[in-house]
Design a protein around this ligand. Structure first.
Ligand SMILES: NC(=O)C1=CN([C@@H]2O[C@H](COP(=O)(O)OP(=O)(O)OC[C@H]3O[C@@H](n4cnc5c(N)ncnc54)[C@H](OP(=O)(O)O)[C@@H]3O)[C@@H](O)[C@H]2O)C=CC1
Ligand SMILES: CC(C)CCC[C@@H](C)[C@H]1CC[C@H]2C3=C(CC[C@]12C)[C@@]1(C)CCC(=O)[C@@H](C)[C@@H]1CC3
Length: 346
């Protein structure tokens, strides 16, 4: 029986490279569904995949993870099209308006934390976040909450007696506990919404395992390493793309120090692809699976323990459930024509 796999943010970067790798592994035994916000870009990605795998089954789904109504509509469509889902990749993500602290970067270069700075970007990156049309924080909603609502809506397709399914989150080594606050899960008040949203996805994955393992659903988290994609190019917007290419020899040298410089989307997708081939029951719910590339260009996956605990993960899960109920209430009162209030109070 063919496996049904859905990938969010599949039209570019790591998501697209993952689709290519999945099809190269098993073009005919998969029903691949690319969930994207922009259908023109989605169509281009589908054509590229079909050019190298003409017999593959590749479907498209319109979904904007920053819009809860779009996520709910997309989930309804998935339920009409498929009767089960084997693997759901929660990969779409943004890092809007990044501010790169050059001084901190040069201080870091000549300090003992140079390797960790290149691996995690700790202390050198902040972002300016915005609000979605629902009044939620944009980074939190796109990277985490939209995906949470998707998982909840697709529960009937993911939890089947006697069968296992996988959730695989594209997190980051930029996920730091210090950037996350349980009193401000959307990160309204801080300057590191990206780091906060990725740390929240690490916590959430653990909580999802606690709640769903008994129903055959397993969740894992990966870090693709540092990959050259449009997300990365956005960090230095005044830098033309070709200048990044000029830096490649330096990046290859850095790769000798830290194998986290995977650099290409193909390499970055290593852990995503590796997890697909594992038995979900055999995976460690407290581990983050890192895509790594050695100085000689060998790709491999390494499990590293995450800085998460069960109690905090459970608290976050409950807060997300509350927010889901609130958003639902606001949306249905707006649909009824009653006065809708902004979710900024949530
Ligand atoms: N590049 C890196 O070094 C690292 C990346 N990551 C993570 O990897 C994931 C993939 O990013 P990457 O491939 O690098 O970057 P890209 O920008 O190439 O890919 C991001 C994908 O997410 C999609 N997306 C963004 N916002 C939404 C939305 N609201 N609804 C639906 N889809 C959306 C984008 O669609 P569109 O084309 O329409 O913008 C795009 O397809 C992200 O979660 C990122 O945080 C983690 C660690 C390192
Ligand atoms: C051009 C200069 C010679 C070097 C510039 C270096 C920085 C722009 C990079 C150094 C470490 C990088 C990094 C990321 C972005 C670009 C750097 C800050 C990430 C934050 C990208 C997104 C992630 O999720 C992280 C895992 C990356 C960590 C390393």
């Amino acid at each position: 029986m063919s496996k049904v796999v859905l990938v969010t943010g599949a039209n570019s970067g790591i998501g697209l490279a993952l689709c290519e790798r999945l099809l190269s592994h098993d073009a005919e035994g998969l029903q691949l569904c690319l969930a994207c916000r922009n259908m023109q870009r989605a169509q281009a990605a589908r054509s590229a995949l079909l050019a190298s795998h003409p017999r593959a089954q590749v479907a498209l789904l319109q979904m904007d993870t920053s819009s809860i109504s779009s996520v709910i509509a997309a989930a309804q469509e998935v339920k009409l099209r498929y009767n089960r889902l084997d693997c759901l990749y929660l990969n779409a993500g943004i890092m809007p308006n990044p501010q790169f602290d050059i001084r901190a970067f040069f201080r870091g270069l000549f300090s003992s934390r140079v390797v960790s700075m290149f691996a995690t970007a700790e202390g050198i990156l902040t972002q300016k976040d915005g609000l979605t049309a629902d009044g939620l924080q944009e980074v939190f909603t796109t990277n985490l909450f939209g995906h949470f609502v998707l998982v909840r809506e697709l529960e009937p397709l993911l939890c089947h007696a006697g069968l296992t399914s996988q959730l695989i989150w594209t997190s980051s080594s930029n996920a730091h506990r210090s950037a996350f606050s349980m009193g401000d899960i959307q990160h309204r008040r801080g300057t590191q919404p990206y780091s906060s949203s990725k740390y929240a996805s690490d916590l959430l994955s653990l909580a999802l395992n606690t709640h769903y393992n008994k129903r055959g659903l397993y969740s894992s988290v990966i870090c693709p390493g540092f990959v050259m994609t449009s997300l990365t190019y956005g960090i230095l917007p005044s830098f033309p793309t070709f200048l990044w290419t000029l830096f490649m020899p330096i990046f290859w040298l850095i790769r000798i120090l830290t194998n986290t410089f995977t650099l290409t989307p193909y390499n970055g997708a290593e852990a995503l692809f590796w997890l697909f081939k594992q038995k979900p029951e055999s995976l460690d719910p407290q581990a983050k699976y890192h895509s790594l590339t050695s100085g000689l260009g060998r790709n491999y996956t390494q499990a590293r323990r995450m800085d998460v605990d069960l109690h905090t993960s459970q608290d976050l899960f409950e807060k997300l459930l509350q927010l889901e109920t609130e958003v639902d209430r606001v949306c249905s009162s707006a649909a009824d024509g009653r006065t809708a209030y902004s979710t900024t109070c949530l």
